[in-house]
Design a protein around this ligand. Structure first.
Ligand code: UD1
Ligand code: CA
Length: 503
């Protein structure tokens, strides 16, 4: 097996992040679906370093908990007091005292760093046989960053922090990216000599470079191809800028791969999302987590999908979806809320003002309007009437409703779970379904209508309603009392109970 490019990666993540003005440790702020720390770890992951050490300090419980989720193999080293980046690096190297060979040290607040940029640094470091190589960038505005000081021959001589720099040094636009590749022994030894005689009274990791230069050791600077890769993130405005840059990169990649992004300005896609060629994202779409969108699918406008699977040619319009599976050719929305455990079979429809949760909706089944489907199975080809509620909660426990295939349930039904409606069954509009309905039956679960003839004329005389009724009666050949439904003992009828089953 080939030697790994580096023996260890050290991520500096103990700083307060005071400038964020946030209770959340800086490196846990998220952009593009990962924490800053997560992005840094992803950028160095292809190196395959045998050890990854994250230096934690401020907010360390939260950082350690996060690491347990996203990088369970990472070691942590605790920096009790934040005495500077040099001190942090020393704490890490102490924690892996037996470490020799190349070690990559990287600031935890470099969320735009990419594997190819790290690879460029590694390649130059190896080619030059350097003791230390620092990643640098030429930037328009170097404010606040450490400047790279080179000699007349172009060799790197020092890194000077802005607050310790003279006017000539401040004018330099090549800056330190906060990513260093060095020989573990050389770095460890130099760190032992780093003082704190600077404006902040901290031990600067950047001083290691000058010390090695003074020792006559070979030191290099690798300019990043894309300076954006090296940008740190120190406050909320920078976080928003980094987030925008990251999103632009993601959308760029999608568009190159054949995804139609109608409005890149209002479309936000996490780095972890996959969208196939031929899919369309309309304005106001946010795709998060493990969401995947298949070819021919159309998402948006104004839809947020988290950990959701969208099948081929499906349409998702003005919807909020979480951990849902939307099958091929499915139609969702406008104005739908798909909650975890929703699974829509091919060609199904979940329409307007519909909420679903733990709901399996069979192929071609439709839930078109104003309905809550919770803890339910709906068979293929079934139609659920408008304004229905799957009554899944008895105040203590949740229960399931099962509706068979090709059933037609009436509008305004309550399915009081646990309850089963058989294949091909019908239910009447306005029914409260509390008992199982056998296959092929028509269930009627409502009070029969009773009309009290002439009530308005007697009880509300002189009102516009009474006048309208009188006028209607005088026009009508059929006296009101003889209209259907007015019989005092109506015969059972089985042909018109259902009312409107919507389609
Ligand atoms: C640092 C560099 C600067 C570079 C810039 C790039 C130093 C002295 N300066 O400046 O040259 O241009 O990054 O973004 O390193 N940290 C600890 N423990 C500490 C102090 C810091 O772990 O005691 C960590 C922070 O969490 C952060 C990193 O080290 O991830 C850098 O610290 P930060 O305060 O952000 O340094 P900058 O001022 O940005
Ligand atoms: Ca920083």
């Amino acid at each position: 097996m080939a030697e790994p490019a580096v023996q260890a990666v050290v991520v500096l993540a103990a700083g307060q992040g005071t400038r964020m003005r946030s209770g959340t440790p800086k490196v846990l702020h998220t952009l593009g679906g990962r924490s800053m720390l997560g992005h840094v770890l992803a950028a160095v992951a292809p190196l395959g370093a045998p050890r990854v050490v994250v230096v934690v300090g401020a907010g360390r419980e939260a950082v350690q908990q996060h690491l347990a989720e996203v990088a369970p193999d990472a070691l942590t080293a605790v920096q009790e007091e934040q005495n500077g980046s040099g001190h942090a690096a020393a704490v890490a190297l102490d924690a892996v005292g037996d470490l020799t060979g190349p070690v990559l040290i990287v600031n935890g607040d470099a969320p735009l760093l990419r594997p190819e940029t790290v690879a460029g640094l590694v390649a130059q470091h190896r080619a030059e046989g350097a003791a230390l190589t620092v990643l640098t960038a030429e930037v328009q505005d170097p404010t606040g960053l450490g400047r790279i000081v080179r000699d007349g021959a172009g060799a790197v001589r020092a890194i000077v922090e802005e607050r310790d720099a003279d006017a000539a040094q401040r004018a330099l636009r090549e800056v330190n990216a906060g990513v260093y590749l060095g020989d573990a022994d050389a770095v460890r030894e130099a760190l032992g000599r780093v003082g704190a005689a600077n404006d902040q009274g901290e031990q600067y990791l950047t001083d290691v470079l000058g010390l090695l230069v003074a020792d006559g050791r070979p030191v290099g600077g690798h300019r990043a191809e894309d300076p954006a890769d090296t940008l740190g993130c120190n406050d909320q405005r920078e976080l928003a800028e980094r987030r925008r840059t990251l999103n632009d990169r993601v959308l760029d990649r999608l568009m190159r791969d054949g995804v139609t992004v109608v409005d890149p300005q209002t479309t936000w896609v996490d780095v972890t999302v996959r969208v196939a060629a031929g899919a369309t994202l309309h304005p106001g779409v946010q795709l998060h987590g493990s969401t995947t969108v298949a070819g021919g699918a159309v998402v948006g406008p104004d839809s947020t999908l988290t950990d959701t699977v969208v099948g081929e040619r499906a349409r998702v319009v003005r919807a909020h979806c979480e951990r849902a599976v939307v099958g091929a050719d499915v139609s969702v929305g406008p104005f739908a809320y798909l909650r975890p455990g929703t699974d829509l079979g091919a060609g199904a429809k979940v329409g307007t003002f519909v909420e679903t949760k733990n709901a399996e909706v069979g192929a071609g089944a439709k839930v078109p309007h104003l309905t809550y489907v919770g803890d339910a199975t709906i068979g293929e080809g079934t139609n659920i009437g408008a304004a229905s509620v799957f009554v899944n909660y008895d105040g203590v426990a949740k229960h399931r409703t099962s509706i068979g295939s090709h059933a037609r349930t009436g509008a305004d039904n309550m399915f009081v779970a646990p309850v089963t409606v058989g294949d091909g069954a019908y239910t009447a509009a306005g029914s409260v379904i509390t008992h199982d309905v056998p296959p092929g039956a028509m269930a009627v679960g409502r009070a029969r209508q009773r009309n009290v003839a002439g009530w308005v004329g007697r009880r509300r005389p002189g009102t516009p309603a009474a006048h309208a009724a009188e006028a209607a009666e005088s026009r009508s050949a059929t006296p009101a009392a003889a209209a259907p439904g007015n019989a005092t003992t109506p015969a059972e009828r089985d042909d018109d109970e259902q009312g409107t089953t919507t389609r």
